[in-house]
Ligand binder design. Structure first.
Ligand SMILES: [Ca+2]
Ligand SMILES: [Ca+2]
Ligand SMILES: [Ca+2]
Ligand SMILES: [Ca+2]
Length: 371
């Protein structure tokens, strides 16, 4: 007696670490009346991944599918169909087996460093590329940036030593939404590539900046009444209101001012006066210190000016560097009364710039007031 349960078609698609999708189609022929059957799916000939009972009538068909996590490499999937109610009957079991290849897939995770940018602001795009096991993986990574559907720029992202791919888009010269498609491709055997979208928006923003910071007297001494002046400008593309400006002597707050309004391309001068103490070597102005105003550039919001009291710092820029060394060479081996003598190079103030001062100069070389 032959009980031909039917023909089984498999149409599997397997993706590594993706869910597995398997679709079997069972049609029943040459059977009288409706029967209860059991459909089992097995992975690699042994691991049952699904079992299902179904009532199937003459010339009816059922579709069944299942999901599971596949392992890599060549595998086979088998489907077994049997009569549920009469397992002992001869020839009541039908198998079909198919070989499948589990695909090793790249995964691309990308982001921009911000969601909104000011005009002309750089956009940093960073990505991680992982393999199907979640390990960082090398690939060719590129980004296409489009505005209103038009490709603006296509560029490669480069991998750093930590395995992060990054690239900078700097053509944010129009306000609006930019769409980015990032592709990771590899020639590694058995791998498939990945692609991911992201987007960012360019909006008008103010950019507060400080320029022309000066001291009324760079050579002022302790007890002198000194003034620091600075220009606060809005070099962005949107006006700003209620702008806080803080002024410090070294790290001590000596002034807190508010600018009501700055239109685009508008500037105001601020100044703050105080009595200099012995330890003060610099004055610093900070605009929008609490970052209450979103700007296209947050890194031009402070400026520092140095007094000329730092030994070795002949040009009074707050750091003893190669330019100062050239001057130090010119004052070396001089004493008070010589026309070249300069107290800035006389570290112990003993009216003699000698080898002791040279050693002291070397010690402060390329250090600023903060060490
Ligand atoms: Ca700014
Ligand atoms: Ca700000
Ligand atoms: Ca200097
Ligand atoms: Ca000396």
């Amino acid at each position: 007696m032959t009980k031909n349960i039917g023909v089984i078609f498999l149409n599997p698609i397997i993706k590594m670490t993706d869910v597995f999708y398997n679709n079997s189609y069972i049609s029943k022929k040459k059977m009288k009346g409706s029967q209860v059957i059991r459909v089992g799916m097995f992975y690699d000939g042994g691991n049952l991944i699904r079992v299902e009972n179904a009532n199937i009538g003459v010339n009816e068909s059922i579709t069944t599918s299942t999901l599971w996590q596949a392992l890599s490499g060549e595998r086979n999937i088998s489907v077994e169909v049997r009569h549920e109610l009469d397992e002992n009957l001869e020839n009541n079991v039908r198998y079909e087996t198919i070989n499948v290849t589990a695909i090793k897939r790249l995964y691309l995770l990308c982001m921009t460093n911000k969601i909104t940018y000011g005009l002309y602001e750089d956009v940093l795009i960073q990505c991680l590329v992982e393999d199907y096991l979640g390990n960082l993986t090398s690939a060719n990574v590129s980004a296409d940036v489009r505005f209103n559907g038009t490709l603006i720029e296509s560029f490669n992202l480069t991998e750093d030593f930590t395995g992060i791919y990054s690239g900078v888009f700097n053509r944010t010269d129009v306000v609006g939404l930019y769409n980015v498609v990032i592709n990771a491709t590899t020639t590694k055997e058995g791998y498939i590539n990945d692609t991911t979208p992201t987007s960012f928006e360019v909006i008008p923003m103010p950019d507060l900046a400080i320029s022309n910071i000066t001291l009324s007297d760079k050579y002022a001494l302790a007890g002198d009444y000194v003034t620091v002046n600075a220009t606060i400008s809005n070099i962005g593309t949107k006006s700003a209101d209620n702008i806080t400006v803080l002024i410090y002597a070294n790290s001590s707050l000596i002034g807190n001012q508010t600018i009501d309004h700055l239109s685009v391309n508008e500037s105001v001068s601020i100044s703050e006066s105080w009595i200099l103490d012995n330890d003060t070597k610099s004055a610093t102005v900070i605009v929008d210190p609490e970052n209450e105003i979103v700007e296209s550039n947050e890194f031009n919001n402070n400026a520092t000016v140095w007094f000329c009291g730092i030994k070795g710092d002949f040009d009074c820029n707050g750091v003893v560097d190669a330019l100062d060394f050239v001057v130090f060479e010119g004052v070396y081996d001089t004493i008070c009364g010589d026309s070249e003598y300069n107290a800035t190079g006389d570290f112990e103030d003993d009216c003699d710039i000698d080898f002791v001062d040279f050693v002291r100069f070397a010690r402060v070389y390329e250090k600023n007031e903060n060490g």
